[in-house]
Write a protein that binds this ligand. Structure first.
Ligand SMILES: [Zn+2]
Length: 476
């Protein structure tokens, strides 16, 4: 929702008697801006080398977060302290002799998935295994349309990565997202899935692949006309071998707790990891070896998180709840940190009132407005966000989940959660997402907006969760 100035003015007059408008734009002092700038300069510096989980740069970021949490008097949230360790899998080595697809006497070996075709890449989280047998082709794999019942039991299933434009229209009401289609095939008994990408225009990036969830069966992706044509036919004699030699990176979530002695707790989260030197997760195939500073993604959200730690302590009017501050790791690996957090939380996650995710908020000057995603995750968000008192930028409410950031892990766990965001851009996941492009004044405004949301949300001790994760499953 975007409001005109005049409307905001009317709103302010109408409600000024009801509640103090504490966090108007420019309500925060210059000190807030200085803090944000200092945090940004540290987190997005070359010294941190893109904050890839398991690296020295990431560990420096962790130490910095802990120091700031401690200085603000937060309590360590985990039994062992401020950090929670988990493994971020890295398919470091895919030996050629163990990773291939064979149809009759023709063999396609693993490669990195980059053009030119044909390419054969493996989904990193899929299971290792070797299969001989027959395959079935299920088109794009929409259950009830392209297959049903027991058709897939014990089969190697080949499936189009994308729906045709025609099918997209025709089956718009179905759950046609890739994850859903793969999950359904797995549930129907598929023992392995080979995704087919006929176009292979620029190759499927590792990034897209890493976003998928572990299905517990081998999953690979093949692109290029010749092999796609072959695999679109049911084959009687197909061999498929995957031997991933996994190597995990040590990743850490960092969380501090502000105990206000209140009955409810809210969560504020931002991921602090990024894609390091671009070997893994860069959108730019030529940028390997360059530092991907991730100033916007997501040093910006982490800096706002740290400023909120300081601000909330100073503002009693936002202390109606306890606050849990979490800096997630391995978000870039497919939300691994937040997923691990909700599944291994020291307290029951259902007790959290709601979660506020801050991801990529450094470009407010380029966006028309501050975007707030997943506002359908609770019925109360509309009232909370209505008429946010600021005359310098709009608030754009987006009901849909946007499944590619950490709030999605909370929604999937049944917690109302929204994401603050100022838009994607050409530097996204490239080596040019740098500090000089960050709108520092914008970061102050985003901090103010977050404080205002928190203040308003206190009117709703229990929010009414809406399961938009299921509803949005068809949207990739
Ligand atoms: Zn990212």
């Amino acid at each position: 929702m975007r409001m005109k100035r005049s409307l905001i003015f009317v709103f302010l007059i109408a409600f000024s008697g009801l509640s103090a408008q504490v966090f108007k734009c420019n309500s925060l002092s210059g000190e807030a801006r200085e803090n944000l700038k200092r945090d940004m300069e540290f987190l997005a510096s070359d010294d941190l080398e893109g904050r890839l989980p398991g690296t020295e740069g990431a560990n420096e970021a962790i130490a910095y977060l802990i120091r700031n949490f401690q200085d603000a008097g937060l309590r360590p949230f985990f039994p062992g302290g401020f950090t929670q360790q988990f493994a971020a899998p890295r398919p470091a080595h895919l030996p050629k002799h163990g990773n291939w697809i064979r149809v009759k006497s023709d063999t396609l070996y693993v490669n990195d998935g980059k053009a030119p075709a044909p390419a054969f890449v493996l989904l990193p989280y899929s299971k290792t295994g070797a299969f001989e047998g027959s395959s079935v082709y299920v088109n794009a794999g929409i259950e009830g349309v392209h297959f049903s019942g027991q058709d897939l039991m014990g089969q190697i299933v080949t499936m189009d990565w994308e729906l045709t434009a025609k099918d997209k229209k025709k089956y718009a009401g179905y759950y046609t997202g890739l994850s859903t289609r793969m999950e359904n095939a797995q549930k129907a008994g598929a023992k392995a899935i080979i995704l087919l990408d006929r176009k292979n225009k620029k190759g499927i990036t590792q990034m897209m692949i890493r976003r998928q969830r572990d299905l517990g069966i081998p999953v690979a992706l093949v692109s290029g006309k010749k092999w796609v044509r072959k695999l679109r036919r049911a084959q009687k004699d197909l061999g498929f071998s995957m031997a991933i030699q996994e190597r995990g990176a040590e990743a850490y979530n960092v969380a501090g707790f502000l105990d206000n002695g209140m009955p409810t707790t809210m969560v504020i989260g931002a991921h602090y990891d990024h894609v390091g030197l671009g070997k893994w997760g860069s959108d730019d195939p030529n940028a390997e070896g360059q530092v991907h500073n991730g100033a916007d993604d997501n040093a910006s959200g982490t800096a706002v998180l740290l400023e909120l730690v300081r601000q909330i302590k100073q503002h009693p009017e936002v202390q109606g709840r306890n606050v849990l501050f979490v800096a997630f790791s391995a978000e870039e690996d497919g939300l691994l940190g937040s997923k691990y957090f909700v599944e291994n939380c020291p307290v029951p996650v259902h007790d959290f009132a709601y979660m506020l995710n801050i991801d990529m908020v450094g470009r407010l000057n380029r966006a028309d407005s501050l975007m707030i995603y997943a506002t359908e995750s609770a019925t109360e968000w509309n009232s909370i966000l209505r008429g946010m008192p600021c005359d310098q930028f709009g608030i754009e409410e987006i009901p849909a989940l946007f499944p590619r950031s950490d709030h999605a892990s909370f929604v999937r766990a049944g917690i109302p959660a929204i994401m603050l965001h100022t838009g994607l851009h050409e530097d996204y996941h490239g080596p040019t997402d740098d500090l000089d492009k960050i709108d520092m004044d914008g970061l102050v405004k985003v901090t103010e907006a977050a404080l205002e949301i928190i203040r308003r949300a206190e009117a709703y001790p229990r929010m009414t969760f809406v399961d938009i994760a299921a509803k949005n499953a068809r949207v990739q």
